[in-house]
Design a protein. Structure first.
Length: 285
């Protein structure tokens, strides 16, 4: 073995070992994947994974480019089921809001909503995004501008903001009216009567009736809702009539009616136009 050099031979042997060590993971990887695949196939044949129901995903949007975690505002949605439950107790819209919103001032039972605040400040009340007043000309009647039997939900943004206009120092209360449902003519009729349990008298008798029809025909949808309410006198614990506020107006001994009409047209998949009108009136007897 002429030219044999043990040092060189040992060097090549060491180099071959390094090459083998580097190639070992590549050589073993296909085998590992194949084994996992076989185990996965066996498990899928022997055991069926149970169905899992994921929690609802809530998506919120704002006109301002602010992350929700950094925004001081909180949003609360009052669903139609909660509104209908409260209407069985009282038809007063202020009672509905105060019973479902801890930050809303309890109602005084007056036509005027002066003194009723959200988080201690005056809220901006809107119907389908249309403000009912502004601080330049406040009326105090904003809370009594629609019959809540025509309301689908109420969106409440608590916290001062100016994105929806002036007057939202306490927040925004956006009243969303009902939408037409699929079908040619969906009709609803309801009647409600209230009589004190201790004193049955025609002067304390209250009743309310409402009717609605809506539908969708092709690209056109429509909605018409009517309501009429007659409220009697209110009595105290001793059965005596409560005094009437002639300045601001009381909800007792009053008559109210409301007419809501909506007509919409679907232009295409991305464009929709709608016209609506709401006429609400309440008067003392």
């Amino acid at each position: 073995m002429s030219g044999f050099n043990p040092k060189n031979q040992s060097f090549y042997v060491l180099k071959d070992k390094k090459v083998l060590l580097i190639l070992m993971p590549l050589l073993l990887t296909p085998a590992a994947y194949a084994e996992d695949s076989v185990v996965s196939n066996i498990n899928s044949e022997q055991k069926v994974l149970p169905e899992t129901t994921l929690a609802p995903i809530i998506v919120t949007a704002s006109r301002s480019d602010v992350e929700r975690e950094k925004s001081p505002q909180t949003v609360q949605i009052i669903e139609q089921e909660d509104i209908e439950q409260q209407l069985q107790i009282s038809s007063n819209s202020s009672d509905v809001l105060s019973n479902l919103l801890p930050s809303y001032t309890p109602s005084r039972g007056k036509m005027n909503g002066s003194g009723e605040t959200l988080r201690g400040r005056t809220p901006l009340i809107m119907i389908d995004g249309v403000p009912q007043s502004n601080p330049l000309r406040p009326t105090g009647r904003e809370a009594h501008s629609i019959d809540f039997s025509m309301v689908e939900r109420v969106e409440v943004v608590q916290g001062a903001n100016a994105t929806n206009g002036m007057g939202a120092t306490g927040g925004v209360i956006n009243i969303i009216t009902k939408k037409p449902k699929s079908g040619t003519a969906n009709q609803h009729f309801g009647i409600q009567a209230t009589v004190p349990t201790d004193t049955v008298d025609s002067d304390t008798f209250s009743y309310k009736t409402n009717y609605g029809v809506n539908g969708v025909q092709g690209d056109v949808d429509y909605l018409l809702s009517l309501s009429y309410e007659d409220q009697g006198k209110y009595l105290d614990g001793a059965g005596r009539q409560i005094g009437v506020d002639n300045t601001q107006g009381d909800l007792m001994e009053s008559r109210a009616y409301d007419v809501l009409a909506k007509l919409g047209y679907q232009i295409d998949d991305d464009q929709y136009v709608q016209a609506s009108i709401n006429r609400y009136e309440i008067k003392n007897k």
